[in-house]
Design a protein around this ligand. Sequence first.
Ligand code: ZN
Length: 537
Amino acid sequence: MESDPTRMCELLVGLPEVNVLSIDDVVGDPLRVHIEGRSKRPGCAGCGVFAQVKDRPVVELVDLPCFGRATRLIWHKHRWRCPESSCSTTSWIGKEHRIGAPRMAMSDRAGRWVTEQVGRYARSVNEIAVELGCDWHTVNDTVIAYGTALVDDPQRFGTVEALGLDEVLFARIGTWHRQDFSTQIVDVGVGQLLDVVPGRSSVEPMVWLAKQGKPWRDQVRFATLDLSGPYRKVFTVMVPDAVQVADPFHVVKLANTKLDECRRRVQNETMGHRGHKADPLYRCRRLLTKAEERLDEKGREKLIGLLKAGDPKGDVATVWKAKEAVRELYAHRDPDLALQWVTELARDLQDNDYPIEARSLGRTLKRWKHQIAAWHAAQVSNGPTEAVNNLIKRVKRAAFGFTSFRNYRIRSLLYAGKPNWDLLKSIKPAVIPENRQTPLISEEPANESATVEPTATGAGNVVVVGDPRRLDDADVVEHEAAPRRTVSSPIMMMIRRTLTVCSTRQWKAQSAPKAGHPHDCQADSLKRNVSLPLLYR
Ligand SMILES: [Zn+2]
């Protein structure tokens, strides 16, 4: 049993080698515990003479709740100075990392605790902030600082045998809820999220793969993807030796999507409107996408009857058969048979007599036949990638959506990237920039984004992508297509304003404009300078 008051204070505050100076107890406020480090008088780094206390700066740190009450640690630091007048060392502050890391608004132990709560258990930052009685930013900055250190641990993942890429909707931005995507890079073998990069083009994953270095890329044997052109390009260029495998789920999904498209087109052509409750094609929409072997006798009869009634030319039935033929592909495991099957199916479906959706499906199957048949040999699927996406969705739900890509990336990686949580006890928090205005994905953060330099000859050229410092020696990647022309914001604003002003003013054109009205003057001058038909081109 401990009865020494100093030792009791030490035990209650939970920090060794610390003097508890006083405790502020104001009702309604957090409990304020004043402490100081019990450090010995240091020697000057320049001359070795014992230092003198210059002053006592005070720092307030958010700490873990004490007996259910929000708590602040008021840390009375020591600023030392050298008493020697001839010495060039002026003053310095003693560092005590066990109490709080430099520039952190939270004590060290609270910082590690919040990182685990938010990162490992996907709790919301707001929830933690309420619990600790502090600001949202205090918690978030801390999670990002400790989280970045954990996520950037070079031991987090080693060599990867099967690599998967998939897209996830990251945010809806602006008035028009424009969708911004991110690409997940996943180790399909163990279901670990390796990283998240902005966008769903081929550039960012290529830059990421380039950064891993050639020896790492040479270890990748399988590359799984949905039927996405940019991702195929990523693998073709960056890991040319890996076997590309199209994910079975996405192949069947594509067939089902085509079937759905066909049903809606026929519905519109025969009835002249979208599906209503009583329309035969609308009534069989679920039966159509159901697997054939799962239809019982009653369901099959119903489907045939409804198709007879609603599909006079037999288009929907044709695409339905095509869908079943695609599913048939996965009924066996023979790679040669699969390639033969998919080749023949693709050729048959492109017959001119078939509905447009079947032909489109046929073209896609033809383009991807090797990747589709590769599944039968490799037996890897993008399933773990989808599982990781589910984890990310959980993080997104907890946060009620993200606007900062940095926060999204770190928190996704903490939750789904399998960081080594044992390191949390000892890891040093990363220094994060003071500016909290992390740019959105769409605004292309300055040194985060890759710069694509198109050459004069246009698309298909091999150019170096990205910041040269981030690439290893011979990393060249293929430039996808002609670069998208970006319109600088003032011009864009002028065009938008002109369009709005012109369209709202059109009806006013007949009546005489009010003289001297600023809007009319602006509209007139803009009308003179910008020719409207050009804008619509
Ligand atoms: Zn000195």
